[in-house]
Design a protein around this ligand. Structure first.
Ligand code: NAP
Length: 245
């Protein structure tokens, strides 16, 4: 049975991704910074007959938590096939470049960028034991420098999320660098935007979480001839999915 670790999987897109991968016969390590919230999520999955799942306490901003999560997973497995770096925060309000505080920037970068680097580094050797390891970094089209700087892009005028956008742009560059470092291996490393989705993150505005989850799953399951070092948003480009960085 292939194994996947998903960060921030106690709710929202992470939980839905866990559910869909369980339905595809994966074993899921469900990362949750709050153990009780993770247990509640697992109970819901188990009620649906999805039993190959266990919670791992994992706060991506906390080195000790990441180390403890690794030690916990070491007791259970010596390999991982997929890492989905899903945990993320929107940076809160105010949103704009001039109004946002440095504390907002630091918090968003700590979760959305440094958290991904922390978790990836902590688990990379377990992924290296998989014959076809995959890493999906959950990003957003509003983190695309090319799109966000284009006045004719539909979201140009309303996507003024300086903190969030900057942190996801940095995550995108981390993804490029990681894919480059792993280019001579069997890894596939991509950044994927799930699309505007109804979760707590968006105050329940946006599209269906099932669609968002399926977009993440698609790139978590790409085969050996699939892309690496790319950025995908099926919402922005329904034809090929690929969008510019
Ligand atoms: P959500 O419902 O708010 O879920 C976010 C998840 O991240 C929660 O499980 C949360 O845990 C967890 N999290 C936050 N900080 C964490 C930390 N320090 N350590 C570990 N987990 C942490 O949001 P969502 O919409 O599912 O978002 C998931 C991902 O999709 C994010 O990376 C987001 O940027 C991205 N995304 C979302 C949308 C959208 O429209 N929803 C669009 C594009 C991209 P708690 O429950 O403990 O807070």
């Amino acid at each position: 049975m292939k194994k996947v670790l998903i960060t921030g999987a106690n709710k929202g897109i992470g939980l839905e991704t866990a559910k869909q991968l369980l339905q595809k016969e994966f074993y899921v390590y469900l990362g949750s910074r709050d153990l009780n919230k993770g247990k509640e999520a697992i109970e819901k999955l188990k009620q649906e007959g999805l039993i190959n799942v266990e919670v791992i306490q994992l706060d991506v901003t906390d080195e000790n938590s990441v180390r403890a999560a690794r030690e916990e997973i070491d007791k259970k497995t010596d390999s991982l096939d997929i890492l989905i770096n899903n945990a993320g925060i929107n940076g809160g309000s105010p949103y704009t470049a001039l109004e946002s505080s440095s504390d907002q920037f630091m918090a968003a970068f700590n979760t959305n960028v440094f958290g991904v680097a922390r978790v990836t580094k902590a688990f990379i050797d377990l992924l290296q034991k998989s014959p076809e390891p995959r890493i999906v970094n959950v990003s957003t089209s509003v983190g695309s420098l090319s799109l966000q700087s284009n006045p004719s892009w539909p979201a140009y005028d309303f996507a003024k999320y300086a903190v969030y956008g900057a942190s996801k742009a940095a995550l995108n560059m981390y993804t490029i660098q990681l894919a480059y470092e792993l280019r001579e291996t069997n890894f596939k490393v991509n950044a994927v935007c799930p699309g505007y989705t109804s979760t707590d993150f968006t105050f329940q505005n946006g599209g269906d979480v099932e669609v968002a989850g399926s977009r993440i799953v698609k790139y978590a399951l790409i085969d050996k001839d699939g892309p690496t070092g790319k950025f995908f948003s099926e919402e922005t480009n329904p034809e090929t999915g690929e969008i510019p960085w």
